[in-house]
Design a protein around this ligand. Structure first.
Ligand SMILES: *[C@@H]1O[C@H](CO)[C@@H](O)[C@H](O)[C@H]1NC(C)=O
Ligand SMILES: *[C@@H]1O[C@H](CO)[C@@H](O)[C@H](O)[C@H]1NC(C)=O
Ligand SMILES: *[C@@H]1O[C@H](CO)[C@@H](O)[C@H](O)[C@H]1NC(C)=O
Ligand SMILES: *[C@@H]1O[C@H](CO)[C@@H](O)[C@H](O)[C@H]1NC(C)=O
Ligand SMILES: *[C@@H]1O[C@H](CO)[C@@H](O)[C@H](O)[C@H]1NC(C)=O
Length: 320
């Protein structure tokens, strides 16, 4: 068993063991009708007409959350409620790495989300192994220039780096929680893979620091990492996400399709899909790509040693 596979198994097991304490629901339909009447939040963000979507009994939401009004800097999220009893389940933020790779394109659409791309640009299928069976799953395209996320101030792109990414993700989280107040005090985990081996602990550290102000408190319980990049590994940038999604995950789930990246690209650039995801009016389209490799060029990397010296990361750095 190679290292990446071991980590994948570790990640899966860690995640499952952290959530298995929650009861399993046997009353799906009555749950859903109760939820239908609740209708208190984020309804304008709800996805109601995603082309090719299989029928499901959970809700999902997409939108931009502006993290800097002045500069017009905005991040795109996709949130899937848990399939059963979302009110009682934990909230998990998922981040892919790169830097420059999309959490929607990899995490949500090829790995652990409920809808996987299958036929070239034409459809999606239900993922029976989706993590939203056990948790409420929030996928974020981070930072700007990844997937649908962008800024209207081009000089923002000069600042791209680990610290910038963590700050914007933190702002995003607070603004998202204003949209979804029932998750405000929910048990929270951050999970990710490859370069998110940096994003995740950095964001965790920021949360812990800011938690000293009770009005900003987020109930962060843990972090989960698969195949994490924890030091400057220039040679591996970008390739790590690629290797992960093309070898490790298919070996676990069975079946391997080398064209998934291009299926995702075709699907997310469809006018009707972009319209259903609230990123376009169906005429002026956004140019979605699964990874932007050029943005690594001027990436400002955080110092791993510094990350490992803080309290939150001591445990993490000791095994990674
Ligand atoms: C960016 O600029 C466009 C065009 O002016 C505008 O429609 C859009 O709302 C702006 N985005 C943000 C996040 O401010
Ligand atoms: C989905 O998983 C359940 C067990 O969790 C299994 O009973 C069912 O057969 C699976 N469905 C498909 C289509 O694989
Ligand atoms: C979209 O981005 C790709 C790079 O991924 C580029 O080759 C292409 O020219 C862009 N298309 C438009 C319409 O901007
Ligand atoms: C990728 O990033 C580069 C440099 O930051 C930028 O010039 C280019 O337009 C981006 N490509 C896409 C498809 O967003
Ligand atoms: C990186 O920075 C240099 C110097 O500021 C600039 O010329 C170059 O265009 C930048 N590259 C990208 C991809 O933004």
């Amino acid at each position: 068993m190679d290292f990446t596979l071991k980590v994948a198994v570790f990640l899966t097991l860690a995640f499952i063991s952290s959530i298995l304490v929650q009861p399993v629901s046997g009353v799906r339909n009555s749950q859903l009708s109760r939820r239908k009447n609740r209708g208190t939040y984020g309804n304008e963000d709800m996805v109601t007409n995603l082309p090719g979507q299989p029928a499901v009994d959970f809700r999902h939401y997409v939108a931009y959350v502006t993290v800097d009004e002045k500069n017009g800097r905005t991040l795109f999220y996709w949130f899937y409620e848990a399939t059963t009893r979302p009110d009682e389940k934990t909230l998990v933020l998922w981040l892919n790495g790169g830097p420059g790779c999309s959490s929607v394109g990899y995490g949500a659409t090829q790995e652990i989300g409920p809808f996987l791309v299958d036929i070239e640009g034409n459809g999606i299928k239900f993922n029976n192994y989706s993590w939203n069976k056990e948790a409420n799953m929030l996928f974020l395209e981070s930072p700007i220039r990844v997937g649908f996320s962008y800024t209207n101030t081009s000089t923002d792109y000069d600042n791209l780096g680990d610290a910038f990414t963590a700050n914007d993700a933190y702002t995003f989280l607070h603004k998202w929680l204003l949209k979804f107040p029932s998750y405000r005090t929910r048990t929270f985990y951050i999970a990710g893979e490859s370069h998110a081996g940096k994003y995740v602990p950095e964001l965790a550290e920021l949360i812990i620091d800011k938690n000293s102000d009770p009005s900003l408190y987020i109930d962060l319980k843990g972090i989960l990492l698969g195949n994490p990049e924890t030091s400057s590994a220039e040679d591996w940038r970008g390739l790590v996400d690629y290797a992960w999604s093309h070898t490790v995950v298919p070996r676990i789930l069975g079946g391997y399709d080398p064209c998934l990246d291009s299926y995702a690209k075709a699907f997310y650039n469809r006018p009707d899909v972009q319209e259903s995801l609230h990123v376009s009016n169906g005429h002026q389209l956004r140019n979605w790509s699964i990874c932007n490799h050029t943005m690594f060029e001027n990436w400002s990397e955080s110092d791993s040693k510094k990350i490992c010296s803080s309290n939150i990361q001591k445990a993490y750095c000791s095994w990674s």
